[in-house]
Write a protein that binds this ligand. Sequence first.
Ligand SMILES: [Zn+2]
Length: 71
Amino acid sequence: MGAGDKALRPPVRMCVRCEVTTETPVVVAVVHQNSGPGFVVYACQACAAHYPPQPEVLTVVSPSRRAEGER
Ligand SMILES: [Zn+2]
């Protein structure tokens, strides 16, 4: 409808989970590579809820860890 709001459109990203482009991407992971710059993994708002928050520095693994997830 509006003809002058094109410049303000946020960049769309493809959700890594459902592979649907979203205008409200959420960063769920940042991949660092040895050579060249890393890249950011985006997910849509709905899928982002399924991702755990990004670990700060170290992730402490509980000794009583059960097979509740993937390896
Ligand atoms: Zn998604």
